[in-house]
Every structure is written in C-alpha cells, then in structure tokens.
Design a protein. Structure first.
Length: 151
C-alpha cells in the first residue's frame, strides 16, 4: 500500500521533543537545530527523504547521505512506501541564531498513515512509541452505553 501522510502539529511537536531529549543526554545545549537527511541509493542514484522509497535493506547499507533539509520540511506531505516512511534526522547544537554547531546525535522517525509511530535514536530502538489505539468502543465489554444508545 502506498499513499501519503502529513504529520499533525502534535506529531511534529512530539518528534522535536523526543529528538531534543535524546540530544540533551549526549550534550547539554540551550538550543538545537534538526535537519532531515536526504539519502541516495548507491546503485541507482535515486534520492529520497523517506529511506523506504529507495532501500529495503534494514540497515540502509545501500544508501548514503546526499544532503540535509531544514526541519520545516517535516510539515510537508510525505509519500509512503508500503504504508510506511522512515526519516533520518540530524540533531545539531545551535550556538547562535542562524549557526549550525556540531552534530550531537541522529534520530530516526517511523511514520505510517496515522502519523508519527516510533522514534529511535543512535541505535536505541523505540525511545518513543505512539500509544496503541483504545479497543473499539462498541466491542469493549467494560464500556457502558450512552443514554442515547440505551433508548
């Protein structure tokens, strides 16, 4: 299944918060800059922000960094590959406004059709995971019917 997804403001805020928390564990800084990696496939030369569009290698060994894009690109609508997207994010310390400092850490964001699903950081899997959906309310035996449903 293909399709597209556009992250909600809450998803974008959550991803930024998790990325900055991960960076603070590595190096305390007052501000961070986050950039999105565009990777290219070593054999085909194809480029993409969503790594899954160009690689099916679980370690992306067949890709390399092409360039980075500003954080604002996370607000774009992104193409999914088999219902998923995987982004590699670079977190830098920002010593002064407009300057990019040293790389602090890398964070990977997994998306699906519902939005942000999982965040990983520098080899640590699942540092944040979207809460599971509550059971379908009509099928939940613990749920009490509303007054309208009782009538």
């Amino acid at each position: 299944m293909t399709g597209t997804v556009r992250l909600s403001a809450d998803d974008i805020r959550q991803l930024r918060t998790v990325a900055e928390q991960s960076a603070r564990r590595e190096r305390a800084a007052s501000r961070y800059t986050i950039e999105i990696a565009e990777r290219f496939h070593l054999a085909t030369g194809r480029t993409a922000l969503n790594i899954l569009l160009i690689s099916d290698d679980p370690d992306w060994a067949d890709t390399d960094l092409n360039t980075t894009h500003p954080w604002s690109r996370m607000r774009d609508r992104h193409e999914l590959a088999n219902g998923r997207a995987l982004f590699d994010l670079y977190v830098y310390e920002r010593p002064a406004f407009g300057e990019t400092g040293d790389l602090v850490c890398c964070v990977q964001a997994e998306l699906d059709a519902r939005g942000l699903a999982v965040v990983h950081a520098d080899g640590n899997r699942d540092i944040w995971r979207r809460p599971a959906l509550p059971p379908d309310l009509p099928e939940n035996p613990a749920r009490k019917p509303s007054p309208i449903e009782r009538s």
